[in-house]
Design a protein around this ligand. Structure first.
Ligand SMILES: [Fe+2]
Length: 269
């Protein structure tokens, strides 16, 4: 019989891993999205199938909440979730001005009287333009906005620290084994390389990363995993990364001409 003695820190890692598996489940619904993640009732992940976008709803222990990157077509789903869990929506975070879906921010602001934090500069009084390192508080939760340009020039990632874990909502800056494209909306591969390697990869290795999209049925990753496995970054110099990004030859997003102008007005006609 093998006996293993764990230090306190090792026990904590072990329990965290158990919690990861115990708290994961997936339900495919008929309404065009997958609601697939509950983390101690604190983080809910919604998946929009038409754009492969993730939206996150984060709630505090005092029944307050914020939403990251709401998709307009799914607003009723978020509202139903808030209602069912008796949550008040306090604010919205946008990771960037999206080209592939229309944001639900404007309609949610009208309904809840809240505001949106984002990188976009606007004279809309419902928008608060972020600065790098800005701290946003919600009860016992602290969110740090990290300016991560490169996919777009208004891209922000959000770092959320709880007593158990640190979570990064990386938008399209860092995807699971990929990253956002850099060929429109003032994208810049050199800036993206610096944002990922200098800012995001300097976070704790066990930071759990929730991306803005996934196209392969994955839901999260960690900073350590991405340092080891992301094919655009592992053993790639900045010049090699720029070469890769400048030769992706991706088609223009179908909704781009509609979504970008609407999203500059928080999705309102
Ligand atoms: Fe994007």
């Amino acid at each position: 019989m093998c006996k293993v003695y764990l230090t306190f820190n090792e026990c904590k890692v072990y329990l965290t891993l158990i919690n990861w598996h115990a708290s994961y489940f997936a339900i495919k619904l008929n309404c065009g999205y997958v609601q697939n993640f509950i983390w101690g009732n604190m983080i809910e992940q919604f998946f929009d199938q038409s754009s492969s976008s993730f939206t996150y709803l984060v709630s505090s222990s005092k029944h307050n909440a914020f939403i990251i990157d709401p998709v307009k077509e799914n607003n009723e789903i978020y509202i139903e979730y808030l209602d069912q869990h008796q949550l008040n929506l306090n604010f919205i975070l946008e990771t960037h001005t999206h080209a592939d879906h229309v944001t639900g921010s404007g309609a949610l602001i009208d309904m809840f009287g809240c505001k949106t934090f984002c990188g976009m500069v606007s004279d809309n009084t419902n928008i608060e333009t972020l600065h790098d390192g800005q701290e946003i508080l919600l009860d016992d939760l602290s969110i740090q906005a990290i300016y991560t340009p490169g996919h777009t020039d208004d891209s922000y990632s959000y770092l959320l620290k709880s007593s158990e874990n640190t979570y990064l909502f990386s938008g399209d800056t860092l995807l699971i084994n990929g990253c956002g494209r850099t060929d429109f909306q003032n994208g810049d591969p050199e800036q993206l390389y610096d944002s990922i390697t200098q800012k995001l990869f300097s976070l704790d290795a066990d930071t759990i990363v929730f991306p803005g999209h996934d196209y392969n049925n994955a839901t999260s990753t960690t900073i350590a995993d991405q340092k080891e496995t992301n094919p655009r970054l592992v053993n790639k110099s900045k010049d090699q990364f720029i070469e890769i990004m400048n030769n992706l030859n991706l088609p223009t997003p179908k909704l781009m001409d509609v979504a970008v102008p609407l999203n500059l007005k928080l999705g309102k006609e």
